[in-house]
Design a protein around this ligand. Structure first.
Ligand code: ATP
Length: 548
């Protein structure tokens, strides 16, 4: 099946089986907004839980935090986001679409044979739109130009395709110049409608200069200006001292946070790959400067290991080091983990050495001191990457810690693991069917219990097994419909349930059940009393990060 077709089939499954719904669908939907259905919410929670267990529960020196989404202007001014968290934006005057200049569609120039002249081909969605576009080009966008139409295709005749005729950087005939665009969602914590204040300030302002009015309006609104955070990290940095004080932490240590972030993205794409509202799993790891390169190396390896551990197709995961011109000016190194999505490689996580930039910026803006004193600077005894240690001071030293960050997009991870798991199985003489080979830790339903028939005598055993699994926190469903057992297995293969337990006549005699494995379809008989420990072991048995 072609990649695009496979992806459509996956999205269809997500909708049909309750993973993902278009948000506000009954009201016409909202572009880029998705709701997670009963199975999607479990999958998302399980990925986050695996991340949290590995990075917080398995380590002595990492703690969690949950900070406010609504963030005051001062915090994001200090961090540089107010002035620098921008993308370049271009508008297409014809279609009203918006692009990042590098993502704008290329011009399709059909050169006349042996001539420098030719036609720029613009494909519209339908004939009616083509007619409207033709008129718009002739009347507004390029008066006097020759424009013709063939069905849905509008053809703009040009004498010569030169870079001066059409903006070279934009690749498309009717794009505006680039302008910077801040990605943060701004709002106002104010009982008085900010629009009223804008109107009042504008009326009171006796200049017609737009820039001056804008500055005045910004000044009036500034005290109540807040943003929806564009990353969870800043909430961690501003709480650095609170965590040090309350948890008595010593370097190196980490603060983990998972939660929503918001970005007013110019282009929303590929279902949940790029959305305005998304969740991040972020770990800020604070180190002494002389150990920072070693920890940067450690976290690059460890984060890649987590991705590989949970994926079927390891070749679809790779890392990519950023070039110097791709990184923020303060960053000392950055590596992306990328997944090979059906449309190509895409970033799913970034691991960066942020230096001490963030902590220093908040110190400057507030007067708070984030310096740490090391009386006897040493190298962490458990650090293996010692080759990367740089000169360790010989005397007591005060410094602002260096931050190694890993930042994983939870929704992108969910999409990547769904793409990785989606398999179409064709057995001889049977209809093709879907198996979602999710890692058992991620699978929404861990176990489906199926009484062979609806006979009441099976019920106590079904309940006993369900209770033992549910007590362990394993999401368990009971499938007692009057469907053939094979059909019930297949329905669970499709949503990725790794284990099915069947209660049958033999159960009544010897208190055993069969356990069926999704990936091998093999069945084994096991005592009822062992079910929960066997399943727990299969799910979590080999879980262990390589500690430093
Ligand atoms: P991109 O280049 O794709 O815009 P980014 O480099 O801006 O991503 P980071 O700031 O490094 O992303 O954010 C860390 C992670 O958060 C990304 O690897 C990605 O998984 C996730 N992420 C960022 N923006 C979005 C978004 N708009 N929708 C969904 N996930 C996102």
């Amino acid at each position: 099946m072609a990649q695009a077709q496979r992806f459509r089939a996956l999205l269809d499954l997500c909708k049909r089986r309750g993973f993902l719904f278009q948000s506000a669908e009954i009201h016409g939907g909202l572009r880029g907004a998705y709701d997670y259905g009963p199975l999607g919410v479990e999958l998302k929670k399980n990925i986050a839980q695996s991340w949290w267990r590995r990075n917080v529960y398995f380590r002595d020196n990492v703690v969690g935090i949950d900070t406010s989404i609504v963030t005051p202007h001062n915090v994001l001014k200090a961090s540089g986001h107010v002035d620098e968290f921008t993308d370049a934006l271009v508008d297409c005057l014809l279609t009203k679409e918006r692009f990042r200049p590098d993502k704008a569609p290329p011009i399709n120039f059909k050169q006349d044979k042996g001539q420098s002249s030719g036609k720029i081909s613009i494909i519209s969605p339908d004939k009616e739109t083509a007619k409207l576009w033709e008129q718009k080009i002739q009347n507004e966008l390029a008066p006097g130009a020759v424009v013709t139409r063939q069905g849905k295709e509008v053809l703009l005749h040009v004498k010569e395709m030169t870079t001066t005729t059409y903006e070279p950087a934009t690749n498309s005939p009717f794009l505006t110049d680039e302008r910077p665009f801040n990605l943060m969602f701004k709002t106002f914590l104010d009982p008085i409608d900010p629009i009223d204040r804008v109107i009042k300030t504008t009326i009171e302002n006796d200049t017609s200069d737009a820039r001056t009015i804008r500055d005045q309006v910004d000044n009036v609104l500034r005290p109540s200006t807040v943003y929806l955070r564009p990353e969870t990290a800043q909430g961690v940095f501003i709480n650095f001292n609170q965590v040090m004080r309350t948890m008595k932490t010593k370097l190196p240590f980490g603060i983990a946070q998972m939660g929503k972030s918001f970005r007013n993205e110019i282009r929303l794409e590929h279902a949940i790959f790029r959305t305005p509202e998304f969740e991040q799993l972020e770990l800020e790891y604070f180190t002494a400067p002389w150990e920072s390169s070693a920890w940067f190396q450690y976290w690059q390896k460890d984060r890649l290991a987590w991705w590989l551990e949970h994926a079927n197709n390891k070749a679809d995961i790779r890392t990519r080091n950023h070039e110097a011109d791709e990184m923020a000016h303060y960053a000392k190194g950055c590596m992306d983990v990328e997944y090979k999505f059906p449309w190509g490689w895409g970033e799913v996580e970034g691991v960066a050495n942020r230096g001490n930039y963030d902590l220093t910026q908040h110190m400057k803006a507030t007067g708070e001191n984030f310096e740490v004193l090391e009386d006897k600077p040493i190298v962490s005894s458990h650090l293996k990457e010692t080759a990367l240690i740089t000169s360790v001071p010989q005397e007591p030293t005060r410094f602002v810690p260096t931050v190694i960050e890993s930042s994983c997009g939870l929704n992108r991870a969910l999409l990547a693991f769904l793409c990785d798991a989606f398999q179409q199985v064709q057995e001889p003489g049977k209809e093709s069917r879907t198996v979602l080979k999710l890692h058992p830790r991620f699978a929404p339903v861990k176990c489906a219990i199926m009484p062979l028939t609806g006979n009441a005598e099976f019920q106590p055993y079904v309940e006993k097994v369900a209770r033992s699994l549910r007590r362990q926190g394993l999401y368990t469903v009971i499938e007692a419909q009057k469907l053939r057992i094979g059909k019930r297995y297949y329905r669970h293969d499709e949503i990725g349930t790794p284990f099915c337990i069947t209660v049958d006549h033999q159960t009544l005699e010897d208190q055993t059940v069969t356990i069926r494995d999704r990936d091998t379809a093999e069945q084994h008989r096991i005592p009822i009393t062992d079910v929960s420990s066997i399943i727990n072991e299969k799910i979590w048995g080999d879980e262990a990060p390589e500690l430093e």
